[in-house]
Ligand binder design. Structure first.
Ligand SMILES: [Zn+2]
Length: 688
C-alpha cells in the first residue's frame, strides 16, 4: 500500500465565535482571515528582505544551523536555528504560532530562491552560442548540468524563461555570461531579481493545536477551529479569538482520508480553504505487467494510445487506436494566446505613454497634461486587467484540458485491464525541438497531463512509466526493428508524397496513423524493457532509459456472432443462402400487393390481429431515449457513483459527456473482450 496526497479546494462560508456563539457571515470572516494573512505577509516579507543577499543564501544552502547541527526539514525551525527569527511589527501582538506561519512562508520563499539560483547557475555554466535558439547539443548540455545541480524535473519552458530573463539582465548591464577570467558568470539570483513578493496566505501547516485544530464533523464536512484577529492590527491578546469554521468537503475526499492542516486565502471576497488530504492507495509494481497501454503525444490529437499484451515474449496489440483529439480546444487556446499578446502590447504601449507624459510637459500645460495622464492611466489599468483575465482563462483551460485528458487515459487503462501506462519521456521528446507552430500549444499542456496521469493512476493502483521517445516513429512497429524506415505521407491515398500524418511501411505494407504506429512502438518498448525500470527514490517516478526494441503483432479481437448468425448455427441453416437456380423474372402480370401490417385498434386488439409479433428490438427507437443521470463529468473529478458503470456499459456515446468538453472527440471508454493468442476464452470452432 502506498499513499497519495491530494489537495481539495474548499470554501468556508461562515464561522461561529467560540466564546460567545456569535455567527459571522462570509464577509466578516473574509475580512478577519485577510487581516491575519496581511500580518503574516508583512512579517514574512521582513524576514526575506533581510536575508536577500549572497552570504545568507549561502548559509541556508550549507544547511547547518548556528549550533552546528544540520537544519531540520521544517522551514520555520530552520529559520529559527539560523537565528533569523521574525520580528513583530510595531504595536502588533502576534502569538508565537502566527510567527511560525510567517517564518514557514519566508523559509519556503528562500528555499525556492536556492532552487532558482541553482537553475540559473546551471544555465549560465552552459550558456549557448546563440541564446535565442539552442542546438541539440546545447539542450543536452543544459539538461545534464541541471540534473547534477537540482536532480532534473526542470521544464523546458522554465529553462527558456530563465534564459530570457538572464539575457535581458546581461544586456541591461553590458555584461557577458562568461565572467572576467573566462570562468562562469558570477551573477547571482539576488542580483538578477529582487526579493520575491509574498503571497497573502496563512500556511497553517506550521502551526499546532494552539492556533488551529481540524476534525471531521460528519461524512461530508470538516470543522476547522482557528484563532483569528478581531481587528486589522491586533494590539493585545484580547484582540484574538477562536473561530469555528464549518468546511464542506467535496465528494472526491473519501471518508477514510486523513485531513492535514489547510492553507487559508481570500480570493475575491471568498475564504478559500486548500485542504490537503492523504489516502491509502494500492501499490503499483514496476515489473510483472502483461497488459499495458502506451500513449504517444500527437499534435492536435493530444494523446494517441494503443493497448498491448505480452505473451511468450511477444507483444500483441489489437490495432484499435485510442484517440483524444483536442483540435478545437487547441485552436481556441491559439486564439486566446494571440489575444493575450495583443493586450500585453497595448498595456506596454500605454505604460510608455504614461512615462512620457509625466515629467517635461507638465510645466507648460499642467491642467491638460494631468487630464491626459489620468486618461492614459485608466486605459493602462484596463488593458492590464483584461490581460490578467485572458491569462487566467488560458490557465484554467489548460488545467481543465489536462485533467480531462488524464482522466480519459486512466479510464481507458482501467477498462482494458491494463496494469501500467507507458508514456514518452518529455525530456527526450522536447530536446528534439522540431514540432513548431501550433504544436507548441500542446507542449504546454503535456507536462500537466503527465502530472495528472501520475496522480490519477496512483489512486487506481496503475503504474506510470516513461520510455525513451527517440525514434519511436522512425521504424515500422510490425516488421522493422531498425531495418526498414517508415515512409511518412500526408494521407493513405497519397503514398508517393512526403508528409507527416500517415505512416506507410513499404516492406510489409502497414498503413496507419503515424501516432498510432508510434504508440505501438512505445507500448512494446515498455513491456519488453520492464526489467530496466528505474524508480526514483525521492519522487517515486518510474523511468525506463534502456531501449529494447521489439515488434508488435496485431491480433484480431474475437467478434461476438450476430443474432442472425447464432440463429443460423442453432437451426443449422445457411446464413447467406445462394439461389440454386436462377428464377425467371420476366413479368407476366401485375406485381401482387404485400400483405399490409394492421395496427391494433380498440375493436381489433393486438392478439386478435393477424400481424405476427416479433421479439426483436426495433432498430429505431419508438419512444424518446431516457436521459442518463451521468451528465457532464468535471475534469479531474473522481468518478461519480453512477458514472463509470454507464461508461463501461457503453451507454455514454457522446464524448463531451465523458470528457467535460463539448468539442473534444475522444475514443469511447469500453471494456472489450481479450484478444490474441493465449487469451482465456477460446474461439468457438467453426465446424462444430
Ligand atoms: Zn513494416
Amino acid at each position: 500500500m502506498g499513499e497519495v496526497v491530494s489537495t481539495a479546494s474548499c470554501r468556508a462560508f461562515r464561522a461561529v465565535l467560540e466564546a460567545s456563539g456569535e455567527m459571522l457571515g462570509e464577509r466578516t470572516l473574509a475580512e478577519r482571515v485577510s487581516w491575519l494573512a496581511a500580518v503574516i505577509r508583512q512579517v514574512a516579507a521582513g524576514v526575506v528582505a533581510g536575508r536577500w543577499n549572497r552570504a545568507d543564501l549561502d548559509r541556508l544552502d550549507a544547511g547547518v544551523g548556528l549550533d552546528g547541527r544540520a537544519l531540520p526539514a521544517k522551514g520555520w525551525m530552520a529559520v529559527r536555528r539560523l537565528g533569523w527569527g521574525a520580528a513583530t511589527p510595531e504595536g502588533v501582538y502576534i502569538s508565537d504560532r502566527v510567527r511560525r506561519c510567517a517564518e514557514e512562508e519566508a523559509a519556503r520563499a528562500l528555499r525556492l530562491a536556492l532552487h532558482r539560483r541553482a537553475v540559473l547557475a546551471a544555465i549560465t555554466a552552459t550558456w549557448p552560442a546563440d541564446p535565442g535558439r539552442r542546438t541539440d547539443a546545447d539542450w543536452s548540455a543544459v539538461r545534464a548540468a541541471l540534473n547534477t545541480a537540482v536532480g532534473g524535473g526542470v521544464s523546458t519552458a522554465l529553462i527558456r524563461n530563465r534564459t530570457r530573463q538572464f539575457r535581458t539582465y546581461l544586456d541591461e548591464h553590458g555584461l557577458s555570461p562568461a565572467g572576467q577570467n573566462g570562468q562562469a558568470s558570477v551573477v547571482d539570483v539576488v542580483e538578477v531579481e529582487g526579493p520575491p513578493v509574498m503571497a497573502a496566505q496563512v500556511l497553517l501547516a506550521a502551526a499546532d493545536r494552539q492556533l488551529i485544530t481540524l476534525e471531521r464533523a460528519s461524512g461530508t464536512g470538516a470543522r476547522l477551529r482557528v484563532q483569528l484577529p478581531l481587528c486589522a492590527r491586533p494590539a493585545t491578546r484580547r484582540d484574538w479569538a477562536w473561530h469555528i469554521l464549518p468546511v464542506p468537503l467535496p465528494p472526491q475526499v473519501p471518508a477514510d482520508a486523513s485531513l492535514r492542516s489547510p492553507t487559508l486565502r481570500v480570493v475575491d471576497g471568498q475564504v478559500r480553504v486548500d485542504l490537503p488530504f492523504t489516502m491509502a492507495v494500492p501499490y503499483a509494481p514496476a515489473t510483472g505487467h502483461t497488459v499495458a497501454i502506451g500513449f504517444d503525444w500527437g499534435i492536435n490529437t493530444l494523446l494517441v494510445g494503443t493497448v498491448g499484451r505480452l505473451h511468450d515474449g511477444r507483444v500483441e496489440g489489437d490495432g484499435r487506436p485510442l484517440i483524444y483529439d483536442t483540435t478545437t480546444i487547441s485552436a481556441k487556446l491559439h486564439r486566446l494566446r494571440g489575444h493575450r499578446e495583443a493586450l500585453a502590447a497595448k498595456r506596454d504601449h500605454y505604460a510608455t505613454l504614461q512615462a512620457g507624459l509625466t515629467p517635461s510637459d507638465a510645466a507648460r500645460h499642467p491642467a491638460r497634461d494631468a487630464a491626459r495622464y489620468r486618461e492614459v492611466a485608466a486605459l493602462h489599468e484596463r488593458a492590464d486587467r483584461e490581460h490578467a483575465r485572458v491569462c487566467a482563462r488560458i490557465r484554467h483551460l489548460n488545467n481543465a484540458l489536462s485533467w480531462s485528458a488524464a482522466r480519459w487515459a486512466v479510464d481507458q487503462a482501467t477498462a482494458l485491464g491494463a496494469s501500467v501506462i507507458y508514456l514518452e519521456d518529455l525530456a527526450t521528446l522536447e530536446a528534439r525541438g522540431h514540432r513548431r507552430g501550433n504544436a507548441a500549444l500542446s507542449g504546454q499542456v503535456r507536462g500537466r497531463v503527465v502530472h495528472a496521469i501520475r496522480h490519477l493512476a496512483a489512486k487506481t493502483g496503475l503504474a506510470v512509466v516513461t520510455v525513451p521517445a527517440r525514434g519511436t516513429s522512425k521504424y515500422c512497429p510490425r516488421c522493422g526493428t531498425g531495418t526498414s524506415p517508415l515512409h511518412h505521407t500526408p494521407a493513405p491515398d497519397r503514398l508517393t508524397q512526403r508528409g507527416w500524418k500517415w505512416a506507410h511501411c513499404p516492406h510489409c505494407g502497414l498503413s496507419c496513423d503515424r501516432d498510432q504506429a508510434a504508440a505501438e512502438r512505445i507500448v512494446s518498448r515498455g513491456l519488453l524493457a520492464q526489467h530496466h525500470t528505474h524508480t526514483d527514490r525521492a519522487t517515486g517516478t518510474r523511468t525506463i532509459r534502456t531501449i529494447v526494441e521489439g515488434n508488435l503483432a496485431r491480433a484480431r479481437r474475437p467478434r461476438k456472432p450476430t443474432r442472425a448468425a447464432r440463429r443460423a448455427r442453432h437451426t443449422r441453416t445457411d446464413l447467406h443462402p445462394r439461389p440454386q437456380t436462377r428464377q425467371d423474372r420476366t413479368k407476366t402480370g401485375p406485381t401482387p400487393k404485400r400483405p399490409t401490417r394492421q395496427r391494433p385498434t380498440p375493436e381489433r386488439p393486438a392478439e386478435l390481429s393477424t400481424t405476427k409479433t416479433v421479439s426483436q428490438v426495433p432498430d429505431r427507437r419508438l419512444v424518446p431515449a431516457p436521459t442518463l443521470a451521468v451528465g457532464q463529468r468535471p475534469a479531474g473529478q473522481a468518478p461519480q457513483a453512477n458514472g463509470p458503470t454507464a461508461v463501461r456499459t457503453g451507454l455514454v456515446r457522446d464524448s463531451h459527456q465523458r470528457t467535460g468538453f463539448h468539442h473534444v472527440k475522444a475514443t469511447p471508454v469500453l471494456a472489450l473482450a481479450e484478444y490474441g493468442s493465449g487469451r482465456h476464452q477460446a474461439t468457438p470452432a467453426r465446424n462444430a
